[in-house]
Design a binder for this molecule. Sequence first.
Ligand code: FE2
Ligand code: FE2
Length: 187
Amino acid sequence: MIPDNNKALDLLNCYVKEQSNLDHNLIVGYGMLGIAKYLEKDETEQNYWFVAGVLHDIDIEEYGDCIEKHCIIGEEILKKEGLSKNLIDDIKSHNDVLNIERNSEIRYALWAVDALSGIIRAYVLMRPDKDVKKAELKSIKKKIKDKSFAQNVSREQIKSCEENLKMTLDDFVDSVLKEVKENISFN
Ligand SMILES: [Fe+2]
Ligand SMILES: [Fe+2]
């Protein structure tokens, strides 16, 4: 089963409680929707991409320090909830430790949006007004360039959009940011 958008949001809220973790999954979900729209996916595919993003870290509060368990616990949760195997496999592919081949646009997108999410959230929280609506493409790009900002975020992973999705960094960031600004508030 592929849940619709509302069901996916319900599942997220059921398993993830910490605000920072909710924010992260939401940014990735709406970011994935933005990329799916840019790539002119149809509505069914857009739903699939959104759901993959929103549920990609469903086990984020469960696996603790053991990264090997990340997405394995998630798989158990999502299986129990009746989600389709192909969706679970696409989600699992974002954990590098599991060595699952990234061989499709959705897997490439999930990997790159996951990293970009870290920059966007850190940037918004740094602003005194915490207003995501004021986040501009050029500010986010500046932070991507600034290696001292959100140091743990892999810039290489973000920039993989160019080779893997044939999107410029501008188009990639812009597509993610547009949906995030329309749908999420951090304050
Ligand atoms: Fe993850
Ligand atoms: Fe993530």
